[in-house]
Write a protein that binds this ligand. Sequence first.
Ligand code: CA
Ligand code: CA
Length: 382
Amino acid sequence: MKRNIFLIALLGAMVFGYGCAEEKEQGACVPQTEVCDGVDNDCNGEVDEGNVCANPRLALLVQPAGPVKGRIDILHLKERLLQSDVLTTGVWPNQIVKDGEYLYVINSGDASLQRIQIKTMRTDRWYYLPQGSNPWSVAIYNGRKAFVSGWLSHTVEVLDLESGYIKSISLPDPASGMKPYPLGVTISGNRVYVAESANDGNWPSSTYKEKGAYAVIDADLDELIATLDSGVNECINTQQVVVDENARTFIVCAGDWGTTSWGRVIVKDPSGNVIGNIPVGNAPTKLYLHSGRGYLTDMSGSNIMVIDAVNLTVLKGGSNPIVLKESGYTTTVLVFTPSGTLYATVWDNTNNTNLFALNPETFEVITDYDISGPGQDVVYLE
Ligand SMILES: [Ca+2]
Ligand SMILES: [Ca+2]
């Protein structure tokens, strides 16, 4: 009997205590701004909604002059805070890409691929590529394989990210007496597209007749399927090949770095017919497709060129580009954030970089950050 009274008292205390806590909690919810803290601050029933826990950052790859190691700086976009020297890379870091929870950095100077865990911003693995191959660009396939262009080895290396095993794919000469100098690597579906610049570093060359050659590789079988070209004579010095969601192929031709007006983008339909020959001028190197437009970096000046990717026409070309800085500089990379801001890096001849934030619709510059050192590539992190 005594025991039952005790139990009833305990249950009563539990019920009473629970009711009290609930009342207290409900009464205490005063709507405040939702912040990232695991609590429903604005009392709307959802915890940390509206992307409040996002930590938008740009990871900037900085490549100092000379055969020395590079670094990664982090720009915190909310706080507008630049955190310098977060991580050391290999020698001459050339490209940074994000895949899942990792960043991958291609180091051209010491022929390595560096894998970085984003959560900790620590290097967790180094992969070594053939010495002297001057790896240029990397694309990751299904989180399992890396396809790397070897600028000086005329090859594409297929790196198994689990075992570290490397298979080398030789690229045949695109035309008689020419060597392919592979640059940009992109992946669409299970196809790898590798731009075959004819640039051997001895520019200008009189033998530039490769018509914008590029290699197509089967990403599952690791085999070269074809060496194609744009079919257009003025397209020389291929920098990058991008396939859009409608299976149209965009071939970026830098020309002879801007001394002629050969800079252009050739567009093919899914059957391989040329449907666009867009004379953007200057020396376009990288193409970013965004909201029906294509934005291009420029090796011949601190400009951005813009094409209409639907009608395949020039919006901002060599005669009226978006100019970010005085002449004598180059635009190296563009990044679009999910909130719709366009970031562009301009590398000047004093080996410093400006990072511009722009409105991609109006082309208006919003912010201009100074990065100490030459910025080679940028990737967006959340
Ligand atoms: Ca809430
Ligand atoms: Ca919250």
